[in-house]
Design a protein around this ligand. Structure first.
Ligand SMILES: [Zn+2]
Length: 140
């Protein structure tokens, strides 16, 4: 592979990508915490290791990156190089997501998927979004 990045530049790029990917999850976690919700993280005994788990609502939350989980929004477009590789890889992710969700539902859990593009930086917007999404679970 030929590229013009030095090792240093590349690792800088990689770390930027990594931190960017965890950001939506951090935003949701902070918001949930400030709203008084208590949760567990990455419960590894559950299918798909949900990012956030709220025992009170029996609720597993996945905070999905739009690209990696192929949301279908503007952020979803595939890289132009290695198209076949990406198509296969991302298809597998989507299939895995569906399977995990189905298994969780069959086990009696509630499942909520939050998409990167839905998680707005503006705190109040996210707050409204969470409250709206959680309304169903409060009624149980
Ligand atoms: Zn999206």
């Amino acid at each position: 592979m030929v590229d013009n990045l030095t090792k240093d530049q590349r690792s800088k790029n990689m770390s930027r990508i990594r931190s960017k990917n965890t950001k939506p999850e951090m935003i949701v976690r902070k918001k949930l915490h400030s709203l008084g919700y208590r949760y567990r993280l990455h419960k590894k005994e559950l299918p798909g290791k949900p990012d956030i788990f709220l025992k009170k609502f029996n609720l597993a939350i996945f905070v999905n990156g739009c690209f990696w989980h192929q949301h279908g929004c503007k952020k979803t477009s595939k890289p132009k190089s290695n198209k076949n590789y990406w198509t296969e890889k991302l298809k597998k992710n989507v299939i895995k997501d569906k399977k995990n969700k189905k298994t969780l539902l069959n086990m009696g859990f509630n499942v909520l998927t939050m998409w990167e593009c839905e998680i707005v930086k503006n705190g109040e917007t996210l707050e409204k979004f969470i409250i709206k999404k959680f309304k169903n679970y409060h009624l149980n």
